[in-house]
Design a protein around this ligand. Structure first.
Ligand SMILES: [Zn+2]
Length: 87
């Protein structure tokens, strides 16, 4: 019986473990702590804490871009970022 696995198998297993850990991390809610304010029209959008894209609606359970689970407990204290005007 081999208790120690051959070294050749390790990179593949490490890759699988990393993949599974990353997939699981999307299900742990991350707090939304930033809002972007567009100076063009004054509209504000919350930012996904993982992929930093603007969220279409507030208080969504998940980011519709990356699938990150979202927590809105700290949204009242979110930092407001001003989006630069594109010319
Ligand atoms: Zn996202």
């Amino acid at each position: 019986m081999h208790l120690i696995q051959p070294l050749t198998k390790l990179p593949e297993q490490t890759h699988k473990i990393r993949f599974l850990m990353k997939a699981a991390s999307y299900r742990i809610a991350l707090p939304v702590t930033q809002i972007v304010r567009y100076s063009v029209n004054g509209s504000c959008c919350p930012l996904c804490p993982r992929c930093k894209t603007s969220l279409d609606r507030e208080y969504e359970s998940f980011c519709d871009r990356c699938g990150q689970k979202l927590c809105w407990d700290r949204f009242d204290y979110a930092e407001i970022l001003i989006a630069p005007i594109h010319k």
